[in-house]
Design a protein around this ligand. Sequence first.
Ligand code: OSB
Ligand code: MG
Length: 368
Amino acid sequence: MKLAEVELRRVRMPMVTPFRTSFGTQASRDVLLVKVVTPDGEGWGECVALDEPVYSSEYVEGAHHVLRTHLLPRLLDAPDVTATSVGPLLRAVKGHRMAKAAVEAAVLDAELRAGGVSLARYLGGVRGAVDVGVSIGIAASVGQLLDSIEGYLADGYRRVKLKIEPGWDVEPLTQVRRRFGDIALWVDANAAYTLADVDHLARLDELGLQLLEQPLPEDDLAGHAELAQRITTPICLDESITSAGSAAEAIARGACAVVNVKAGRVGGYLEALRIHDVCAARSVPVWCGGMLETGIGRAANVALATLPNFTLPGDISASDRYYATDLTEPFVLHDGRLRVPDGPGIGVAPLPDVLSRLTTSVERIGPS
Ligand code: OSB
Ligand code: MG
């Protein structure tokens, strides 16, 4: 396909409840959408970069800038662009995986829509609905935390992942166990601890957690490997896994027993597929992470989670857990699962009236 034009659109999405992590609070998302226009039709991608560079070094204004200035010109000047050629065409630009992932997703969606193939089928999915959980931010009080867990369990979510940080860990988790018994419970620290906290983290072992996600800094694989020797709770990596190569290395070093796969973090759905395969070959289970996506990014995540080694429930909650009004037809929970859209590409598109109401800016970029 030759790209005729690429649209960079910013959409302001107020969140139903502010989402607090060790790195800050998200009360709304400033979402960057990428729409590619080709002679064969359009495709959509969502950039998962947050407002600020606090989860990783990327942030939405930076992603917008690198797309406009460095990434899109390389694609718009190419005579032929397919999803598999986006990576090679953008290879000269270092990093910026979330920005690259968004445009690759849009090209892939356009290609699959034109070919009448769903993303789940293209990736090799094996199920028509995916098990999902819910990720719950740090609460103002233990009482509020317990109330929100009660609500999500009543909705049918298959596991609960709680954000933790020093000062918000053993105590609230003990209360959660006391109140809800043997629920499937995970925790995510977003790199809020250091190896000096090993004795404290070992106290989590009594709580029967299914996993501890990213306790230590992104670049500390050695620390995670050491921690894994000293605690029994399985370690899952999120921020540290940026490619199939880094997944293979983390596993080889004993730094993780489980991998959180986020296409945005690793540069796209094609690299996410390679991570799935690397982990499957080493019998390491994976699950699909989330970045508070709208229905556009969520649809692609649901498709990814249909792959066979996605054996744990994903951070792919229903639309209403995040947004009163989603950009697409809402994703709805059915018995703790989301159904996989079966239309071509990601199978959903923005609802025009909602999109125009929530849009804060639109920029169209053509060939030079
Ligand atoms: O670490 O998994 C994370 C949201 C924003 C940034 C990082 C993370 C998260 C979540 C939310 O945990 C997952 C979701 O989209 O439900
Ligand atoms: Mg995480």
